[in-house]
Design a binder for this molecule. Structure first.
Ligand code: QV4
Length: 474
């Protein structure tokens, strides 16, 4: 179940973290569809616990499978899926199959008003009782398979997916979402479930809904969250044949490279050459909603220059199933999404350039990022050719005869004639500007009969990358 069911030449997913369904529907119609995004990963859709201060992570603590959260209700969800599918943008849901909520003093009331007693492992809204869970124990050794898969991840009540009842409830929940028109799922904490149990669940799911434009017999796309830095007892390899797997090594290594810890010239063998999963099994990202909050090698929106370069490389190099992060501003791990005094999530607002202004970061609306989504569509199905580097942190390469990229992460200028592999003509650099009514608002590059053009990226230019492609010819 590795096919994401993209429409046309589209091939980038965006994670609209914590967005409301009505806002996503609007975004599909007004921005994502027109800009060629392939799909949206949405935050968990089912009822969750209400935590003090409303941290984003309360949504990772389910109470029932009713589709009411701070993002909206079932009707709004269904409306969003239909409107997004209508403009060729697929919806993938973040689903929690591993666990229910953690401890809560007394009776908890969820976002749909359902009561539960997590301490007693009692979730009448499903219903689940204590016998549907593994006995309580703590994960202390992450290389102990039993602990990782049968104890509680940060105290979250651990469902027993080998039980027929639990399986039937999970399948019913996922089938309900398929009925509503989703294209697939991000499976949270997949590593904490036995792959045999997941295989049973995935293979029992319905085909995608033909009323939403999916061909007959389409299987739901599955991408599984398995964090594997290498040498782990529970490895990504146990899951990769069931569906795609999040390739965390990609995120760490691309961060290292663009932070300058590793020369860009080494990126020539990017992908499986770096020990990553085969391309069609790897869900790739510069950062995700968890690791953007950790200090370390991973880049996030707070280092915009390097972040845009890393994202450009991510979307230009033909490896993996690409996902772009779209964040809200945070100070620490618990910062809630933008919300009003009644703790309702607020809608993003945009300035005249289309950038978000009220607490939402909306990386996907940064020109340098959405332009690379367009680049990736324009060069789809071409190979990488014409690699050049200066032996250090300046590199360039072509995508067939359709696109060209150059990066300068050195402290001196890149100024020279390079092979762009493009047909002769003048091209607009889609990083420093846009092609509007036939004229380029940024740098232009003239390519001669031999495919060469003069490339300049100053060390103090606003962006350290330049991108040309055939759909942006002046
Ligand atoms: C606290 C203590 C625990 C204690 C527990 C019980 O820290 O030691 O056992 O109380 O008393 C929140 C709090 C956390 C709290 C927990 C339970 O932050 O302190 O535990 O609730 O009350 C998200 C957040 C977590 C959050 C969780 C549930 O990141 O902080 O925990 O949601 O709300 C591993 C896994 C990987 C996982 C990653 C974070 O292999 O699968 O850790 N990633 C996914 C999601 C992630 C989510 C979960 C899994 C859980 O991407 O966002 O965690 O669904 O690497």
């Amino acid at each position: 179940q590795h096919n994401p069911h993209w429409w046309g030449n589209r091939n980038t997913i965006v994670h609209l973290f914590e967005w409301k369904w009505s806002d996503i529907a609007q975004e599909c119609e007004s921005f994502l569809g027109p800009r060629g995004f392939a799909g949206v990963q949405v935050s968990p859709v089912n009822e969750n616990i209400i935590a003090a201060g409303r941290p984003w992570w309360e949504r990772y603590q389910p109470i029932s499978y009713k589709l009411t959260t701070r993002s909206g209700n079932e009707e709004e969800f269904g409306d969003m899926v239909r409107r997004c599918n209508d403009v060729g943008v697929r919806i993938y849901v973040d689903v929690l199959l591993n666990h229910m909520s953690g401890d809560f003093d007394g009776v908890a009331v969820g976002t749909a008003g359902t009561e539960a007693e997590p301490r007693k492992k009692s979730f009448p809204g499903v219903p689940y009782t204590a016998q549907d869970f593994h006995p309580t124990c703590e994960i202390t050794d992450w290389n102990d398979r039993f602990q990782v898969q049968q104890c509680e991840l940060v105290g979250l009540k651990d469902l027993d997916q080998s039980s027929d009842w639990v399986r039937s409830k999970l399948i019913e929940f996922l089938d309900h979402l398929i009925e509503l028109g989703v294209a697939g799922f991000r499976v949270d904490a997949a590593k904490h479930m036995a792959s045999e149990d997941l295989e049973y669940i995935y293979s029992s799911l319905s085909n995608l809904n033909i009323d939403h434009g999916f061909p007959h017999n389409s299987r739901p796309f599955i991408f599984q969250e398995v964090i594997d830095h290498g040498h782990e007892t529970v490895s990504r390899d146990e899951y990769k044949d069931l569906g795609a797997v999040t390739e965390f090594r990609f995120s760490e290594e691309i961060g290292n490279a663009f932070r300058g810890n590793n020369a860009l010239k080494w990126l020539q063998s990017w992908g499986t050459g770096w020990g990553f999963l085969p391309s069609g099994q790897a869900l790739t990202f510069v950062d995700n909603h968890d690791n953007q909050r950790d200090a370390g090698a991973v880049l996030n929106y707070k280092s915009p220059r390097q972040y845009k370069m890393a994202t450009a490389f991510h979307l230009a190099y033909p490896y993996g199933i690409s996902r772009v992060m779209s964040s809200f501003a945070f100070d620490d791990h618990d910062t809630p999404p933008p919300q009003d005094a009644q703790e309702r999530i607020i809608s993003p607002e945009f300035d005249e350039d289309g950038a978000c202004v009220n607490g939402w970061i909306c990386e996907h609306r940064w020109r340098q990022i959405y332009a690379m989504v367009g680049f990736k569509n324009a060069v789809r199905d071409t190979e990488i050719t014409g690699w050049w580097d200066n032996g250090d942190n300046q590199i360039s390469f072509c995508r067939g005869h359709k696109g060209f990229l150059a990066f300068n992460n050195n402290l001196y200028d890149l100024s020279q004639d390079l092979n762009t592999c493009l047909p002769a003509g003048t091209y607009c650099d889609v990083i420093s500007g846009s092609l509007i009514d036939g004229s380029c608002t940024g740098k232009s590059v003239t390519v001669n009969e031999n495919g060469y053009g003069y490339i300049h990226i100053g060390s103090d230019d606003f962006d350290g990358v330049l991108a040309l492609h055939v759909d942006a010819k002046v």
